[in-house]
Ligand binder design. Sequence first.
Ligand SMILES: *[C@@H]1O[C@H](CO)[C@@H](O)[C@H](O)[C@H]1NC(C)=O
Ligand SMILES: *[C@@H]1O[C@H](CO)[C@@H](O)[C@H](O)[C@H]1NC(C)=O
Ligand SMILES: *[C@@H]1O[C@H](CO)[C@@H](O)[C@H](O)[C@H]1NC(C)=O
Ligand SMILES: *[C@@H]1O[C@H](CO)[C@@H](O)[C@H](O)[C@H]1NC(C)=O
Ligand SMILES: *[C@@H]1O[C@H](CO)[C@@H](O)[C@H](O)[C@H]1NC(C)=O
Ligand SMILES: *[C@@H]1O[C@H](CO)[C@@H](O)[C@H](O)[C@H]1NC(C)=O
Ligand SMILES: *[C@@H]1O[C@H](CO)[C@@H](O)[C@H](O)[C@H]1NC(C)=O
Ligand SMILES: *[C@@H]1O[C@H](CO)[C@@H](O)[C@H](O)[C@H]1NC(C)=O
Ligand SMILES: *[C@@H]1O[C@H](CO)[C@@H](O)[C@H](O)[C@H]1NC(C)=O
Ligand SMILES: *[C@@H]1O[C@H](CO)[C@@H](O)[C@H](O)[C@H]1NC(C)=O
Length: 494
Amino acid sequence: MELSSAPLHKGQLPWRGLLLAASLLIYWSSPTTAQVSVEPVPPHVAEGANVLLLVHNLPETLRVFFWYKGETVDDRKEIARFLMSNNIKKPGPACSGRERIYRNGSLLFQNVTLKDAGAYMLYMKKKNFDIRKAFVQFHVYPRLPKPKITSKNFYAREGSPEALMCEPETENTSYLWRRNGQSLSEGDRLKLSEDNRTLTLLSVVRNDTGAYECETRNPVSTSRSDPFTLNITYGPDVPIISPSNTYFRSRTNLSLSCQAASSPAMFYWYFNGKILSKVKELFILNITTKNSGSYSCLVYNYVFGIMKTTVKNITVLEPVTTPSIQIRNTTVKELGSVFLTCFSRDTGISIHWLFTGQKLGLTDRMKLSLNNSTLSIDPVRKEDSGKYQCEVSNPVSSERSDPIQLDIIASPTTVQVTVEAVLSHVAEVKNILLRVHNLPDTAQVFFWYKGKTLVKGNEIARFLESKRTNKTRPAYSTREKIHHSGSLLFRIVT
Ligand SMILES: *[C@@H]1O[C@H](CO)[C@@H](O)[C@H](O)[C@H]1NC(C)=O
Ligand SMILES: *[C@@H]1O[C@H](CO)[C@@H](O)[C@H](O)[C@H]1NC(C)=O
Ligand SMILES: *[C@@H]1O[C@H](CO)[C@@H](O)[C@H](O)[C@H]1NC(C)=O
Ligand SMILES: *[C@@H]1O[C@H](CO)[C@@H](O)[C@H](O)[C@H]1NC(C)=O
Ligand SMILES: *[C@@H]1O[C@H](CO)[C@@H](O)[C@H](O)[C@H]1NC(C)=O
Ligand SMILES: *[C@@H]1O[C@H](CO)[C@@H](O)[C@H](O)[C@H]1NC(C)=O
Ligand SMILES: *[C@@H]1O[C@H](CO)[C@@H](O)[C@H](O)[C@H]1NC(C)=O
Ligand SMILES: *[C@@H]1O[C@H](CO)[C@@H](O)[C@H](O)[C@H]1NC(C)=O
Ligand SMILES: *[C@@H]1O[C@H](CO)[C@@H](O)[C@H](O)[C@H]1NC(C)=O
Ligand SMILES: *[C@@H]1O[C@H](CO)[C@@H](O)[C@H](O)[C@H]1NC(C)=O
């Protein structure tokens, strides 16, 4: 290398700078000056695992090196030595048989025990009789046993504090708590001991019920307890019986459920004061009217010694039978009156009327008897024609009668009867026919009068529908002829 007086260019080093860099390089790479160090691999050792005390920068010019337990040279604590010249390993008094010493300085422990934890010394003698020492220590952590949650009380009382403990206590272990899978930390109603091993619920509430778990951790293992169910004593509230019905149909199954917030809870069912069952759900097959009576559910919290009862009266009813309608005549003249009567064999029923399948809308012409069993319509109108049904029901069933067809026919007054005079010429003779239109079918008798007043002497003739015969009357002139259609023929009109 030449000395250069030329100005320095970017990226060039001056002569002195180069020298310094070179000496630094030598210093860092020199095996004689490098620090010997030992590192435990892995740094956290689990009981029963292996740990290697890994030596870095072992001097090259060694004659022999020793491994001691502890930090002093104590012959009784020598684990092993290694003679470099002839590659010989020798165990020492402190060797347990689980250690292996390597030429590169490292020491391997197999199947580590808790007693192996602590400090170790690597003691080296160089060829020039220099002594070097290096120290290392490691911890051995036990594999954590499965923890278990304990509490003093079988039942936590609502409103009281409750402490849960995670057992067993192990050193250098951290404790974590979960409720229903959610991790818990200190809060309003929660307190953790300093080591987190005790969880205190300051004032238990019902919804603190749940599965609690504790988890233990150390650097080599994690272990979780089985879920612990915290049972909280509360209640009982007044029980509620469902369903809420009072009436039940016979020949069905009766199923009653009793609900009450209580923990713990014991349920009892009574019928008319006699014990029936000790379960929450009462089930009676194929009930009859004999099962009518008073049912009570009692809930008992035996921790507090408190009981609460609810009574329910039940009536079992037979389903109703099919009713029928009685009516004198199903064809009724308009403006007449009609009585429909609903007949049922059952008692304790209610009756409703239906018209063409729909609930009957009562008009001011209609009247119902006190118990609805008779429907009267007065006067009837054409629009009252149709199908009538009655429906009887009790709280558990209903039945409809067969439909009755009611026909309302037009009354004579409503269809206009008209008379038309028809002249006819027969040769010289003139006849006249007073032709009647819309003679009501139901006309029993009809009368012809001369004039506009019903005066006996003015009556010409009458026709009796029942006998289909005529009768002449005082005003008859022998030239009239009365026809069953109502018409009157005058012959030879004058
Ligand atoms: C020394 O030897 C052991 C065993 O062969 C090996 O596991 C370890 O890595 C070696 N140490 C170094 C620093 O090379
Ligand atoms: C590890 O050591 C324990 C006791 O120290 C012994 O019971 C066990 O058999 C050993 N396991 C192995 C794999 O050597
Ligand atoms: C809580 O109650 C349940 C059911 O009654 C029971 O299995 C469990 O052991 C109880 N828990 C405690 C901590 O007593
Ligand atoms: C717990 O850790 C401390 C410090 O880290 C240590 O001195 C002690 O020996 C450890 N105990 C166990 C049982 O590992
Ligand atoms: C206890 O748990 C809290 C988290 O809830 C944590 O911050 C704290 O370090 C833990 N204390 C100990 C001693 O493990
Ligand atoms: C439990 O109830 C308390 C008050 O009664 C409420 O503040 C809290 O949020 C509830 N916790 C849960 C998990 O429901
Ligand atoms: C009543 O219960 C019995 C037995 O559970 C069942 O076989 C029957 O079908 C039930 N009857 C009714 C009407 O539900
Ligand atoms: C229910 O009881 C009645 C008598 O009360 C009986 O006739 C009927 O067969 C019973 N039904 C069933 C399903 O047991
Ligand atoms: C149930 O019936 C009994 C007697 O029939 C009566 O004294 C009682 O008040 C009824 N209870 C209810 C809740 O209706
Ligand atoms: C009465 O009936 C008879 C027999 O049908 C008939 O000959 C006569 O003309 C009728 N008289 C009148 C007034 O219509």
